[in-house]
Design a protein around this ligand. Structure first.
Ligand SMILES: C[S@@+](CC[C@H](N)C(=O)[O-])C[C@H]1O[C@@H](n2cnc3c(N)ncnc32)[C@H](O)[C@@H]1O
Length: 281
């Protein structure tokens, strides 16, 4: 099959985060579909590629985002079926909280076309860098805010919590308009089952151009309903509790380690992994 599809991430910072591989694919494509968050980035992509088509036109007030994503997939697939080299360029990472690129790739593959994804620098990556947080320190949970509200989930308040699309909290229409303070009050009520109301939250917006600055606003959980939330805001809740040691598992691991040491000849080193030769039985 002649046509193919590559979904690339352009990163968050205009002109600063695009990988050489993604740039090369954009420049070589017959058609680039641009799923950017702002007009500046779209203009920049237009300067790189020969045929750029915006996917923004598919969003509309009062229209379900699911319908929008289906239309985006159809638009990209139409060109692939015509035998073209198609690139879907999406801001951030094309596979993180982004439905259309995943679906377009799955559909193209199911129809026998070559399709792949090239990662990009996500808002998540920027968040760790700008806020000085390491997800490995306590573990990290990521939820889409409305999904967290609509399903029974178990939050671990000893780990970092990152909530995506908080501006759309509680939106049942899958729309693109921020919800109001009433929905956010329900979100606060839900979060207050695991966090004290005075727990410090962070509203985070990574800078998207050199002209913009990064927003890092700290506020108590109780102030969330009145806070300014943009569509590109991410809500971060640092842990409110220390890690609780699992004394049972520690004891069992210690017993295991003791047994293994007893079986080891004196002076021999205990290696964490087997170093058997690959062809040994
Ligand atoms: C549909 S998701 C797209 C995420 C994107 N694929 C990525 O990799 O960053 C949109 C959400 O990403 C987060 N986001 C997007 N741009 C951001 C920015 N500049 N700073 C912080 N968070 C951002 C917000 O939570 C926003 O509601």
């Amino acid at each position: 099959m002649a046509g193919n599809l590559v979904c690339v991430g352009t990163g968050i910072l205009l002109g600063g985060h695009l990988s050489p591989l993604a740039q090369n694919l954009i420049e070589q494509a017959d058609v680039v579909f641009s799923g950017m968050s702002d007009g500046f980035t779209e203009l920049w992509i237009e300067g790189l590629a020969k045929d750029v088509r915006s996917l923004q036109q598919h969003y509309a007030d009062g229209k379900s985002r699911n319908l929008t994503y289906n239309e985006m997939v159809d638009a990209m697939l139409c060109e692939v079926r015509l035998g073209k080299k198609v690139v879907g360029a999406f801001y951030g990472h094309p596979g993180i909280f982004a439905k259309a690129p995943h679906e377009a790739i799955a559909t193209a593959r199911a129809e026998g076309f070559e399709a792949r994804m090239i990662p990009g620098i996500s808002a998540e990556d920027c968040l760790y860098a700008d806020l000085g947080l390491d997800p490995g320190k306590t573990g990290c949970q990521h939820f889409e805010t409305t999904q967290l509200m609509l399903y029974q989930r178990r939050i671990d308040p000893s780990a970092l919590l990152v909530l995506w699309q908080p501006a759309l909290a509680g939106d049942l229409t899958l729309g693109i308009r921020p919800t109001g303070s009433a929905e956010r009050e329900l979100l606060v009520e839900l979060l207050s089952q695991d966090y004290p109301l005075n727990h410090e939250c962070i509203l985070y917006e990574a800078a998207t151009t050199a002209l913009h600055s990064t927003r890092i606003e700290r506020l108590p959980l109780s102030a969330l309903p009145q806070a300014r939330l943009e569509l590109h805001t991410t809500l971060v809740l640092p842990p409110s509790q220390p890690l609780t040691p699992n004394s049972q598992m520690r004891a069992r691991l210690q017993a295991l380690a003791d047994t293994q040491t007893q079986g080891t000849p004196q002076g021999a080193t205990v290696l964490p992994f087997s170093r058997k030769k690959a062809n040994s039985p």
